[in-house]
Write a protein that binds this ligand. Structure first.
Ligand SMILES: Cc1ncc(COP(=O)(O)O)c(C=O)c1O
Length: 420
């Protein structure tokens, strides 16, 4: 069975706005599915009051928010009390740095990577410096930007408190084998694990209990939904953390890590993304009594196959050009490469190539994408950075064709920075 791409595309009105435009900047934020927009609009039109009171629109508003909370907990195979929905992943990690770092003391150690987006790096480093904690860096391979599990072993100590790494880099696109890495960490230390899954969740909603992680964060505005940050905090780890809620709310897991007032309508609209996945599942597999996480796993099989077919010709093209340095893996054969494809043009600036692609109606960008440390360690100027083409399951082969032609033209026009 294959993903019915025409059915998928009908669920995103924005895809029909300009048929000549190929959107390839999804890692910066995806289109919103119609189902999420419908929930958002309904909330704003009919239940826009303070939720959770007994009077009619308020009770309905509370139910709409609870539906999102419970639905996402089921999707991630976690308890509703383990899910915080905050304004963004950057705010969530900022809050968690206070919650986690409060008990750190000199002699403790943490491990961070240089593969991560700054969101899963700077806040922990800053807190570690404040607390006199030793920071160890799990280095990427300088040519490819990939993390090698063997280089993690020597960094693990008895006093390693936390390891922070990404499920998938927003630049090199390789999916790190989180479950295996977590097993290694837990067998060699007492460290807890925090995963940034912002670049991975658009491609796969994971079973978090199976991954064995302590915290897991991603952003729903990149997963076809409203601008919210999803944060899992394993209940067993709560005891090691300090509440960031108002003192009278402390101990309430829904509030401990969400000091900002919740964005009611946006939270309700998170359920719309699940409505979309439900419809997608029903369309391909018919009625099913499987739970949400199992249904998402089935959908993932179709999505990964489709995404691999999108990425393969682009990787093949870029890999064989002498005027391009392709970052990350050059193939999709191992099913561990998201269609997030970044490259450094060698004969002209990334800015010049990105602008030429934009002129050819490709939605793409250049820069460091806040993976400043990674881009610098790869020996690339972080101001110019790389060109990034990031696709998701609603992209189609015609768009890939358009991108390939535009790439060929842009790369062959060397010495012409006029477009920049
Ligand atoms: C890999 C990765 N992590 C974290 C973030 C930050 O997420 P947010 O914008 O929700 O703060 C981004 C945003 O681009 C990202 O790509």
């Amino acid at each position: 069975m294959k993903l019915d791409i025409d059915f998928v595309r009908k669920q995103f009105d924005q895809l029909a706005d300009d048929p000549g435009f190929a959107f390839a900047s999804n890692a910066g934020g995806s289109y919103v599915c119609n189902q999420a927009n419908e929930v958002l609009e309904h909330y704003n039109r009919h239940t826009r009051v303070q939720p959770y009171s007994r009077y009619s629109p308020s009770a309905e508003a509370g139910k709409a928010m609870d539906r999102a909370h419970a639905g996402w907990a089921e999707a991630l195979n976690i308890r509703p009390s383990e899910l915080t929905i905050g304004p963004s992943t950057s705010i969530n990690t900022y809050v968690m740095a206070q919650a986690i770092g409060e008990i750190w003391k000199p002699g403790d150690e943490i491990i961070v990577t240089n593969q991560d987006h700054e969101t899963n790096s700077g806040v922990w480093r800053r807190k570690a410096i404040e607390k006199g904690v030793t920071i160890r860096q799990w280095e990427v391979e300088p040519d490819t930007g990939l993390l090698n599990i063997e280089s993690l072993f020597p960094l693990l100590r008895d006093n390693t408190r936390w390891v922070f790494f990404t499920h998938c880099s927003n630049i090199v696109g390789t999916v790190n084998p989180v479950a295996t890495i977590v097993k290694t960490i837990k067998s060699g230390s007492n460290a807890r694990v925090f995963i940034d899954a912002v670049a991975y969740a658009p491609h796969h909603i994971s079973d978090l209990k199976a991954l064995g992680v302590d915290c897991y964060a991603f952003s729903l505005y990149k997963v076809y939904g409203p601008h919210q940050g999803m944060l899992y905090v394993n209940r067993d780890a709560h005891g090691d953390m300090t509440s960031q809620a108002h003192y009278f709310n402390s101990g309430n897991p829904a509030k401990d890590f969400a000091p900002a007032g919740p964005q009611h309508a946006q939270i309700a609209a998170c359920a719309g993304v699940l409505d979309y996945f439900d419809e997608l599942h029903q369309h391909h597999f018919g009625a099913s009594d499987k739970n949400r996480n199992a249904k998402l796993e089935q959908l993932h099989q179709l999505i990964v196959q489709h995404e691999n077919e999108l990425a393969a010709p682009l990787l093949e093209f870029l890999h064989h050009r002498a005027d391009v340095r392709l970052l990350g893996k050059t193939h999709t054969g191992d099913n561990d490469r998201a269609p997030t494809i970044a490259f450094q043009p060698l004969k002209q600036s990334a800015k010049s190539v990105a602008h030429k692609l934009q002129d050819a109606k490709i939605g793409t960008e250049h820069g460091n994408f806040y993976a400043h440390r990674l881009i610098s360690d790869l020996g690339i100027d972080p101001d110019d950075g790389v060109v990034r083409l990031s696709l998701v399951h609603y992209n189609n082969q015609q768009e890939v064709e358009q991108i390939l032609q535009a790439l060929d033209t842009a790369l062959n026009q060397t010495g012409d920075d006029a477009a920049a």
